[in-house]
Design a protein around this ligand. Sequence first.
Ligand code: WTA
Length: 649
Amino acid sequence: MSHPAHITTLLKEGRVFKPSAAFAKAAHVGGRAAWDALRRKAAKDPVRFWEERARELLWAKPWRKALDWKFPFAKWFVGGRLNVSANCLDRHLDGPRANKAALVWEGEPGDQRTLTYRQLHREVCVFANALKRLGVKAGDRVAIYMPMVPEAAVAMLACARLGAPHSVVFAGFSAEALRDRIQDAGAKVVIAADGGWRKGAVVPLKAAVDEAVAQCPAVEKVVILRRTGQGVSMKDGRDVWWHDAVQGASADCPAVGHDSENPLFILYTSGSTGKPKGVLHTTGGYLTHAAYTARLVFDLKETDVFWCTADIGWVTGHSYVVYGPLANGATVFMYEGAPMTPAPDRFWDMIERHGVTVFYTAPTAIRAFVRLGGEHPAKHDLSSLRLLGTVGEPINPEAWLWYHEAIGGGRCPIVDTWWQTETGGIMISPLPGATPTKPGSATVPLPGIEAAVVDREGNPVPKGAGGLLAVRRPWPGMLRSVWGDPERYRSQYFSQIPGCYFTGDGARTDKDGYFWILGRVDDVINVAGHRLSTMEIESALVGHPRVAEAAVVGHPDELKGQGITAFVTMRGGAEPVTSEELKATVTKAIGAIARPDVVRFTESLPKTRSGKIMRRLLRDIASGEKPTGDTTTLEDFAALARLQAAQEE
Ligand code: WTA
């Protein structure tokens, strides 16, 4: 695979936002001096720095050796033993946190539940005992296919308690995608629900489980939570209702320590080949990274209500709905359904009613809210918010500024957090009480993380130039392998840049050393010898006041190698614009070199359920081909069909 060593970067963003003195004063890391001290300490001896972070957890047995690094395989806290669920639950029961809310939950139909740490602990113990009775032992893989209900977190924590690695499969995935993931992991038990609520309708999960499991002979038991109550068929001997499984199960389930390198979970992520990769995370290192980043990046305090809108089917849901915040004894808000149901102000209404203080979401969601208009958040009192975050894609400065004003009231710092399923936790991010932010930049690597922008040989590229985003030292939360395929692990992540982990992303640093993520290098297009980041062109397009969202891809062009096609959606109610006007917008923002050859207006863009635009499909359409390859992660098939139909007209 060849990657561009240099990516021409043309977009400039100059605004800087400093944390207020009041925010800095109260923050875990407040102000420049504290931040510098932390960075110096981590840079001096990173392994020791991580050991200190690991010591903040509860260990059943201390480690012998902090890091065993045999390129490209890492082991952290070797010989140590700990229980992740004890770290997230049991250790909070000795003091005032015991009766504090661990989970505050709202279902899409409006039903609500709150579980204190004591209650959540009890549910986890009871369910872990139920799983034991069903034959689950340490090392057995368990697939979880659940809506966003408290039991989804209970199931994850129960598996963690037993040392049985879970593989959470996003409940929006099809039966086929579920089947492939169950088979690849060799799961023996599946935990699911009859259905979940989304956009006012029932998503029939049990039907998908039946279809999938019919082709998974290794599955012995299927546990079904009754959530939506519609009729489902239960297969004798295989299927058991959650409420029956927990009947008579004891609430006493000792949390035995598991080896630090025991698998904690497998999480599938789409690979460039279309065959999903089972990213493997282990126990001690992962929790150390998740807990540390949750505390410092979200500045978690006892009084916070933390809402990360990600589904537990994604890594963000693992690290920042469940493990990171609970390890810190925080209160987590969790919501089951769609953001616009029943009305476009659902999120803002919930923030107001539940007093959410820290809110973490994806740029794609923010752009959707921009499109709906500022009147929806304006209807609500959002003054409880004190900190905002984003993850998943580069955020264009316009969306950042809207988020800052319309949601944050101009008072909340924004942490733009760069990381990946593979990294386990946040890698590049501001610390909200210390780092001046620039809209569109994830700022600098966290203390303990040695990320760099390099060329194909691993040499740093000069400031201002684009290159490959790499990590030069192992870190505790890093993936340990691709499940069942260590060779793929090596070739995918460690064969492209000598001695480094390659992220697959392009980036540049500016004069202050801030990182600007340019998107996946596969998304880079080459126009007449200039490698351009599609993200920068998209950002320029979204800078037009009437554009809601843009996706830019290359199409074959005899003259230039590649030409630029832009797919554009307009803000609700906005007056139409001409393609010429949008092309001129890009020329003005970046230069004529980036001017799109073709602008196509569309109602919506094909996206994954986690909100990533599927540029691969758009590339096919822009090239006049039929979209091919894996579409199991596509959220809205209709969007693709409409684009194709327009093509054929
Ligand atoms: C992209 C999500 C720019 C990036 C946690 C990365 C980002 C991929 C950011 C991982 C950000 C994530 N700025 N780009 N703040 N955060 N990305 O595995 O391309 O679903 O490689 O993990 O999302 O996506 P994943």
